[in-house]
Design a protein around this ligand. Structure first.
Ligand code: FAD
Ligand code: FES
Length: 365
């Protein structure tokens, strides 16, 4: 028994050492020289081989969505690589469908540029830009949620669709040695083109949220790129059901400003979930939307109301509101924003009420 165990340990040790040596050699010894990346058959980029395709594109001001900042854990940085990518890597597999693999779709943060590459990027992504801005306002909305107004200072204007997001850059700071990007939904109106609002929650030990909550102050310079995303308000006259929890408020607020600005008159309800009363925010703005949009209703719900809250409103989760109040019917669409479990349970509750799944749009944070 012990001989088998020792043999297994030795083999595992040797395999680990070989894997480490290969990774080390690839990172520090291999020299791939200059490589070309041909984008959409007409644009040629010359890059130094050895970096990820994602960072090579970023160096040439082509910004792909990369919500996890290149860690291989969001699956957002896909693009079609027709030649030069090598075999699909194990780190890509959990984010690629069989169809993706058949169509040469790859995760650009995992694929290294080692030879000339031929790639295809959708035209709308080529419009994403990098912006420099100054923090005009930084204020706490709740003990864990911060509001930022970032005024663009590089002379550019940002055009986006209500519901889309940008990627905010956290520079190195004590405890974080690298530059890191994370996705944040634009919370402001599309009519504001020289600034954006963001609503950012605090994640303990989270790299970018620690930067935003503990290091960023009014007057600081920041950088972001975008806009990205296919979550935005459709041009439709269907009843709209908006559902969000916590910072999921961000894209919904932008959607509400869009309705206001375009004088969109749709039967619209917004179910907003928070834990306690102190986790609710922007109630005055929601009141303003109720007064200004003819058929809009805002319904907040608390999942952990305390006695001190003296809360007389709805209690439970957003799904309870759907079960309790939403009338069955097909001529409706829904826009959801929040964490994965909330999105999953809300879709289930909406389908129970007769919603077609293809009429449910969501952004999973
Ligand atoms: C399209 C899109 C839009 C988004 N918009 C917003 C927005 O408007 N506002 C906003 O606050 N966030 C938003 N997010 C989430 C945001 O991109 C980051 O994931 C989040 O802020 C955490 O980043 P971080 O660098 O601080 O944490 P990381 O350093 O990435 O994470 C540190 C650790 O915390 C865990 N973790 C990460 N996020 C959470 C979480 N929410 N709860 C618990 N644990 C977590 C990670 O698994 C990791 O172990 C959005 C995400 C996407 C994909
Ligand atoms: S950037 Fe997130 S998986 Fe590639």
């Amino acid at each position: 028994m012990s001989t088998i165990l020792i043999t297994v340990l030795i083999i595992t040790g040797i395999a680990t050492l070989l894997a480490f040596l290969l990774t080390f050699a690839d990172a520090y010894i291999a020299d791939y020289g200059e490589c070309k990346i041909i984008v959409n058959k007409d644009e040629e980029l010359v890059v130094e081989g050895g970096s990820s395709l994602l960072s090579s594109l970023t160096e040439h001001d082509i910004y792909l969505p990369s919500a996890c900042g290149g860690k291989g854990s969001c699956g957002y940085c896909k693009c079609k690589i027709n030649e030069g990518a090598g075999p699909v890597l194990p780190t890509e597999l959990s984010y690629l469908t069989e169809e993706d693999v058949e169509n040469n779709i790859r995760l650009t943060c995992q694929v290294k540029v080692k030879e000339d590459m031929y790639i295809e990027i959708p035209e709308d992504l080529l419009h994403a830009k990098k912006y420099t801005a100054v923090v005009e306002t930084a204020k706490d909305l709740t003990p864990n949620i911060r509001f930022l107004k970032l005024k663009i200072t590089d002379g550019q204007e940002i055009e986006f669709l209500a519901g889309q997001y940008v990627q905010l850059l956290a520079p190195p700071y004590p405890g974080n040695p690298d530059e890191v990007y994370r996705a944040y939904s634009i919370a402001s109106s599309t009519t504001e083109t020289n600034s954006i609002d963001l609503i950012i929650g605090y994640v303990p030990d989270g790299i970018v949220t620690t930067y935003v909550h503990k290091h960023l102050s009014e007057g600081d310079e920041v950088s972001f790129n975008g806009p990205f995303g296919d979550f935005y308000l459709n041009d439709s006259d269907k009843d709209a059901v908006l559902v969000a929890v916590s910072t999921g408020m961000a894209p919904i607020r932008s959607i509400l400003y869009e309705m206001l600005h375009k004088e969109i008159d749709r039967n619209t309800v917004f179910y907003f979930g928070a834990r306690t009363r102190e986790d609710l925010f922007m109630l005055d703005e929601m009141e303003m939307f109720e007064e200004s949009l003819p058929r809009f209703k805002f319904v907040p719900v608390l999942s952990r109301a305390t006695e001190e809250d003296q809360w007389e409103g709805e209690e439970g989760r957003v799904t309870d509101l759907i079960e309790k109040y939403l009338e069955e019917g097909e001529n409706k669409e829904a826009y959801l924003c929040g964490g994965a479990p909330m999105i999953k349970s809300t879709i289930e509750a909406l389908v129970e009420k007769g919603f077609k799944e293809e009429m449910i749009y969501f952004d999973e944070f």
